[in-house]
Design a protein around this ligand. Structure first.
Ligand SMILES: NC(=O)c1ccc[n+]([C@@H]2O[C@H](COP(=O)([O-])OP(=O)(O)OC[C@H]3O[C@@H](n4cnc5c(N)ncnc54)[C@H](OP(=O)(O)O)[C@@H]3O)[C@@H](O)[C@H]2O)c1
Length: 265
């Protein structure tokens, strides 16, 4: 198993990507700590993991709250003897599809500040423990928006570029201490939207402007991916488990392209 005896914290662990990654981590032997704000969503993932024989614990916390995140990380590390893997899969609702001339400054800044805040707060809380044990892996999530120039996405695409830059800079800060930092970069995952991901709401203005329902929007075949399909939750979860494992021991400061080919490097 890839993550035997590892302790993993998944922020946003009740979400579509967080839940899928947590199930993959647990299947690979990790003890998983799911953190988020809604008990039902977290419990549902924990129960699936436990039903499959895995180990999962749930904690209610706001991943934007520095003190709460630090207290939780300290408690997990104290109980488990450290933290080996942390994934920030938090989703911040925001608007997309609004032309620049109509976009408010608040709608522009909201995802940038919230995503930068949660990634800073969670990375710092776990890094303190990883540095002390001289090992660990921090995973962030962006999208193809960091590289594509799609009108109507200036707020979230700028966010994704910031998350990827933060990933590289954290890798530089923490690499000498044995800690790896890697960003996962999927394109749109329609499966997540169908499961109730906050991205459904983000994409709503796109659908309205195109004159289709959100389900029709999510069902539309991709014209921009080389593989002529969108990435799946399994694609992201399996990559996350591999990158978190010692099999990817030389991988840090980089972005894992999970776009199905909408971005080429
Ligand atoms: N879905 C896609 O198509 C897609 C594609 C590429 C990248 N991504 C990115 O991947 C990440 C996860 O997306 P997703 O589709 O898995 O979203 P999701 O299903 O909506 O899950 C996001 C999770 O974050 C939690 N959350 C939100 N605010 C929080 C806070 N302040 N503190 C703690 N937890 C919080 C939510 O639970 P609570 O509200 O209960 O706390 C939810 O479980 C996002 O950054 C998204 O932009 C998604």
């Amino acid at each position: 198993m890839l993550l035997e005896n590892k302790t993993a914290v998944v922020y946003g662990g009740g979400g579509a990507i967080g839940g899928a990654a947590a199930r993959a981590f647990a299947r690979e032997g990790a003890q998983v700590h799911l953190a988020g704000r809604t008990p039902d969503k977290l419990e549902a993932v924990a129960q699936e993991i436990q039903a499959d024989g895995g180990a999962a614990e749930v904690a209610l916390l706001d991943a934007l709250d520095e003190g709460a995140v630090r207290e939780h990380a300290d408690a997990v590390a104290a109980r488990a003897g450290g933290i080996d893997v942390a994934l920030n899969a938090v989703g911040i609702p925001h608007v997309q599809g609004i032309p620049f001339a109509e976009l408010s400054l608040d709608d522009y800044l909201h995802p940038i500040t919230a995503y930068c805040r949660t990634n800073f707060v969670t990375a710092q809380a776990v890094a303190r423990h990883m540095v002390a044990q001289a090992s660990g892996v921090i995973l962030t999530i962006s999208t193809s928006g960091s590289r594509l120039a799609v009108p109507g996405t200036i707020n979230y695409s700028t966010t994704c570029a910031a998350i990827e830059a933060t990933t590289r800079l954290l890798a530089a800060e923490l690499g000498p201490c044995g800690v790896r930092v890697v960003c996962l970069q999927p394109d749109v995952i329609p499966e997540a939207g169908k499961m109730g991901s906050h991205t459904r709401g983000n994409f709503q203005p796109w659908a309205e402007r195109l004159g289709v329902t959100i389900d029709e929007f999510l069902a539309a075949p991709p014209d921009r991916t080389l593989l002529k399909r969108w990435p799946t939750l399994a694609d992201v979860a399996e990559a996350a488990a591999f990158i978190a494992s010692d099999r990817a021991a030389a991988t840090t400061g980089t972005v894992i392209n999970l776009t199905a080919g909408s971005v080429v490097n």
